[in-house]
Design a protein around this ligand. Sequence first.
Ligand SMILES: Cc1cc2nc3c(=O)[nH]c(=O)nc-3n(C[C@H](O)[C@H](O)[C@H](O)COP(=O)(O)O)c2cc1C
Ligand code: SF4
Length: 440
Amino acid sequence: MSQTERYLLTRANIEGAHQLAVAEKHGAYEALRKVLKEGIPYSTVIDEVKKSGLRGRGGAGFSTGMKWTFMPDPAKDPRPRYLAVNADESEPGTCKDRVIMQRDPHGFVEGVLLAAYAIRAQAAYIYVRGEYRLPHDRVKAAIEEARAKNLVGKNILGSDFSCEVYMHRGGGAYICGEETGLMESLEGKRGHPRPKPPFPAMFGLWGQPTTVNNVETVFNVPFIMNRGSAWFASLGTANSKGNFLCGISGHVNKPGVYEFSFGITAKEILEQHAGGMWKGRGLKAWFPGGSSCSLLKGADIDVVLDHDSLRTRGSSLGTAAMIMIDDHTSMARVMEIISRFYDHESCGQCSQCREGTQWLSQIFRRIAHGKGKADDVATLEALAKGMAPGKTICALSDAAAIPTLSAVRLFKDELIECVTRQADPLAVPQPHYAVAGGHH
Ligand SMILES: Cc1cc2nc3c(=O)[nH]c(=O)nc-3n(C[C@H](O)[C@H](O)[C@H](O)COP(=O)(O)O)c2cc1C
Ligand code: SF4
């Protein structure tokens, strides 16, 4: 078993760590104090984060330090600037940010402040998934506790760094996790993604320079500033540094959120940590990083979890949310559920996405319910090819198309059998469904 030096959830596992007194006893705000007391310049914070190799944990895996350098030089562009923290966490299978906010809200707030310091933001907006009541309340309480001790607000710890931190609760739409949809929603409008360019660093919240970062991304920053970029870069693999939070769900004995260094294999996570597949069943297929990445076959489980290895296998790390599917499960039914989600969540601005997600959902539904038509599997493939990649305003269209293409590639025979038999051999009866054979 590979060795993992854990740091992300150490404080989170301490009783009462959501309270400032307990959190401070266990190191919260040490990195912020160090940066402000020693007057470490913002450019050094950016350099450290760049050298550490930290990549965004929101799904795309972009270099965090590099993203921060896209913010304009304040000497040349004196507009107000903002940090938007993406705590919308709505990708099916993903539930790691919840653990951070609920169990170590002060560590999170410290990360928010350091990220805001690095990009010289005067305010940070945390956009929280609407259903996350307790995480929201804990972070809000943490902000107030921190404010009372001059850790948030004006002239933090007597320095010339001032930063307000605001919370905003979403209304339950997945699209508000897309960074420009999130900004529209924060501005009080519908969460419709914006065409890019202009990018958020030049035209973000209220048209001002803005950086959008994921919760787990900023949560790593205090550790990097405390222990140094070399320490962080010593954990993980060549292009994926540090530790990550892995949510494992589906047909496993011990689903949950676990912390590992990049480099651990998916097989080890499943067998040594998640207790193996339930009921002694076999692994048929799995998503390595949430439902919007390509499915892999069960036989492909002995793969290193990092950005490069998963790309080599034809999938992606995404949010490191492993969804495990047992060999009693119908893939038509899995895809029916997933495609229904994307259909429901499409904002409807782009025709490929609006129409495509709706058709994928209809077709998977009828295949799964024994009403498939002769050319349905070919139609799924053609539709999905027309939806991805990069043809739409945002990546939701790709997020629906990518798992579809992998399901058709890996499980074509099973899907075709459902159509030819006019029945899904693996179907579990769904008496509450009445499925029309033809159009919706
Ligand atoms: C449809 C859609 C939903 C998304 N949802 C989330 C989300 O809930 N949380 C998140 O951090 N990123 C989400 N993202 C990715 C964000 O657009 C953005 O890349 C990310 O917040 C950047 O942070 P990072 O660089 O720290 O990873 C989503 C993207 C798309 C296309
Ligand atoms: S790709 Fe889909 S969700 Fe994204 S902007 Fe277009 S219609 Fe909306």
